[in-house]
Design a protein around this ligand. Structure first.
Ligand code: DQA
Length: 144
């Protein structure tokens, strides 16, 4: 199973960014854990973070021809703003999980709106870095 994990803007700062909201785990630590977990379970996982909407969209387009079977995406602030990123996921038609470290429903009202949730196979939020492990576990077992 080939899984692509995409991280949106500001997630490169995990570990130091508002740790009371997003935890102390760095993005490198999250990615290393997921790569190892996927490998142990016969999967192949690649990770990418970008602060740029265009770069994320280009990576999603590339997923159409590189064998990606499932996407786990934390669109970060683009969750609440990006029709373009939503359209990219709809265009490639690769199943995906939307994930957030924080519980977006327990925060500012604008974080309750998502351009992704209705297209996603499922949504995980509020479970911190552990949520990514659950998402990858689900992806590994997903029957395309
Ligand atoms: C986030 C929640 C978003 O509202 C926020 O803009 C982020 C991170 C999360 O993982 O909790 O950057 O996606």
């Amino acid at each position: 199973k080939a899984i692509l994990v995409l991280h949106g803007p500001n997630l490169n700062l995990l570990g130091s960014r508002e740790p009371e909201v997003y935890g102390n785990t760095t993005l490198d630590e999250i990615n290393a854990g997921l790569i190892a977990f996927a490998a142990e379970n016969g999967g192949k996982l690649s990770c990418m973070q970008s602060n740029s909407e265009a770069t994320l969209i280009d990576r999603i387009h590339q997923a159409r021809s590189d064998g990606t079977e499932f996407i786990v995406i934390n669109p970060a602030a683009f969750t609440h703003t990006s029709v373009a990123l939503r359209d990219a996921l709809a265009a490639v038609a690769i199943p995906f999980i939307e994930i957030h470290l924080s519980n977006v429903h327990a925060r500012e009202a604008f974080r309750r709106e998502s351009f992704f949730s209705d297209l996603a196979v499922g949504v995980i939020c509020g479970l911190g870095a552990t949520g990514y492990e659950y998402a990858v576990q689900y992806a590994l077992n997903y029957k395309n």
